[in-house]
Design a binder for this molecule. Structure first.
Ligand SMILES: Cc1cc2nc3c(=O)[nH]c(=O)nc-3n(C[C@H](O)[C@H](O)[C@H](O)COP(=O)(O)O)c2cc1C
Length: 166
């Protein structure tokens, strides 16, 4: 390892960079309240339990999404497919006006079109965790496109799966 950081003085930027070595997929979390619909890019999605079916997301306390999900009590995890990098940026505070007609409605929530998969969950537990809040969700609905390739995120960059030759 080239960069070693002492355990008793963890710099937040070092921690972010180190965690960035862990490649993830990319999701857009969506929810609906009486005030309207909201979407936000998140890579913190995690599968937690199969029986009962539980998932979690981790939201920064400063996000609008945290307040919206707390109001609605439910969220959808829209798992992006490899050509949806513009969507990831759009829902991460970099609005792209060329993106239109993004949603359809399912199960009373806005659901992104053409994703790799979608998971709809009810919030069953909130865990205060430093500057983030973990929102544990009980899965209520599932849908997926088994042919879709995922959008990946690693070290601050978007990518896609490399095809391995036989
Ligand atoms: C690839 C990627 C992954 C992200 N993952 C998360 C995440 O898991 N949790 C989080 O709170 N913010 C995450 N963000 C940052 C939010 O998308 C960003 O702060 C957003 O503008 C917050 O929107 P809101 O305040 O309108 O809800 C991520 C951003 C990107 C580009």
């Amino acid at each position: 390892m080239s960069d070693t950081v002492a355990m008793d003085s963890i710099d937040p930027c070092d921690l972010r960079d180190c965690c960035g070595s862990f490649a993830t997929g990319v999701t857009v979390i969506t929810t609906r309240t009486p005030d309207g619909d909201h979407g936000m890019t998140a890579s913190s999605f995690m599968s937690v339990s199969l029986d009962p079916p539980l998932i979690s997301i981790s939201l920064d306390r400063r996000t609008k999404m945290l307040g919206e999900v707390r109001k609605s009590g439910r969220y959808a995890v829209n798992i992006l497919s490899q050509d949806m990098c513009p969507h990831a940026m759009h829902f991460a505070g970099k609005p792209d006006e060329t993106l239109t007609d993004l949603f359809l409605e399912q199960h009373g929530l806005p659901i992104l079109r053409d994703t790799a998969a979608v998971i709809v969950a009810d919030v069953v537990q909130q865990v205060e965790a430093g500057d983030h809040v973990l929102l544990l969700g009980r899965v209520r609905h599932l849908d997926r496109d088994p042919t879709a390739e995922p959008l990946l995120y690693h070290a601050g960059q978007f990518g896609s799966l490399a095809t391995q030759s036989a």
